[in-house]
Ligand binder design. Structure first.
Ligand code: DOR
Ligand code: ZN
Length: 350
């Protein structure tokens, strides 16, 4: 059994880092490992314009300190009011690589999201004829649709018609959680790809209710049945270039998670590559980790692959029970696998 593995430096193609004190706490966790991080724009207020993304990026770069390998990539938040001019300005900015489509009301800070895809067709056409990618939170928001069916319904009601309408639009179907999602991406050809989170590979919806209700396992899209978890595992280790790493690491303060109406989001940046390594090892597929973590995403985004390497060592370490929020003694973030043992660890400061 090998005790270390070396892979090309990976990228995290979907992450939330917030701003202010939380940002200062979480950015170093990603920066220790990843080359690029694809920063989601769902702040309050949302990051809608290229100049806002520039400012936000600067805050992230400052929090990471001097690390040559670390390059935040930015997404702008699509609204009903996004203009073709906004798309052109984003396309001209080397740090902005996508527009994020949140159906209004689908998830955390999505109130300003898109109310109907048909209303923003000219903007989507402009994205299709740019170098930018459309990043989609793929869930319908109709409260009458069962929460576990919202991704599958989105494929039928929104994604398939959109593909027929603008086939050249390049789409990342973010954090897919279902067999239907996997099948859609496989069938769609080169212009569609998907990110897969560690939690959707590690857990099923049973884990949400293991011995009681577990708010730190609550994210959106919600964990699904075991059969869907198996379909995601298959896709992740398959070597299919349409599937790549995106943690959806989403820090929230403990008080906002452990309450009568807790918010969605799982924090995983503290151990992101290590969590994926455990998943791939359990599937006997460590040899496929590098392509999933370091190649497929860069290739889809038409960015150069990273040139340097990281090393993972096989050593048990315990995930802290919480991470105090820098500069705020009242606040802490409870990470995925808090208090549990991890079997792989990134070797830092090489
Ligand atoms: O669980 C989630 N948390 N899903 C999302 O789509 C948003 C994210 C967040 O921003 O907290
Ligand atoms: Zn997200």
């Amino acid at each position: 059994m090998k005790n270390t593995i070396q892979i090309t430096r990976p990228d995290d193609w979907h992450i939330h880092v917030r701003n202010g004190d939380i940002l200062k706490t979480v950015v170093p966790h990603s920066a220790r490992c990843f080359g690029r991080i694809m920063v989601m724009p769902n702040l309050v207020p949302p990051v809608c314009k290229a100049n806002q993304a520039d400012q936000y990026r600067e805050e992230i770069v400052q929090a990471a300190g001097e690390l040559a390998h670390f390059r935040p990539m930015m997404a702008l938040y699509l609204t009903d009011n996004t203009t073709v001019e906004d798309v052109r300005a984003a396309d001209a900015n080397p740090h902005i690589v996508g527009f994020k489509l949140y159906p209004a009301g689908a998830t955390t800070n999505s109130d300003s999201g898109v109310t109907s895809v048909t209303r923003i067709m000219p903007v989507l056409e402009a994205i299709a004829s740019s170098t930018l990618v459309l990043q989609i939170h793929g869930e319908v928001t109709d409260p009458n649709v069962d929460v576990f069916d919202r991704e599958a319904e989105f494929i039928d009601q929104v994604l398939s018609p959109l593909r027929r309408e603008i086939p050249e639009l390049r789409i990342v179907f973010e954090h897919i959680t279902t067999k239907q999602g996997v099948d859609f991406v496989k069938a769609a050809g080169e212009s569609v790809a998907a990110t897969i989170t560690p939690q959707h590979l590690l857990f099923s919806r049973n884990d949400l209710f293991r011995g009681g209700i577990r708010p730190h396992y609550y994210c959106l899209p919600i964990l699904k049945r075991h059969e869907h978890q198996l379909a995601l595992l298959d896709a992740a280790i398959s070597g299919d270039p349409s599937f790549f790493l995106g943690t959806d690491s989403a820090p929230h303060s403990r008080l906002k998670k452990e309450t009568s109406c807790g918010c969605a989001g799982i924090y995983s940046a503290h151990a992101a590559i290590e969590l994926y390594a455990e998943v791939f090892e359990a599937m006997d597929a460590l040899h496929q980790l590098e392509a999933f973590a370091s190649f497929h995403g860069a290739d889809f985004y038409r960015q150069p692959r990273n040139q340097d390497q990281i090393t993972l060592e096989r050593i048990d370490w315990e995930v802290p029970a919480n991470y105090p929020v820098a500069g705020n003694q009242e606040d802490e973030i409870v990470p995925l696998k808090a208090g549990e043992l991890m079997r792989w660890r990134l070797v830092e400061n090489e």
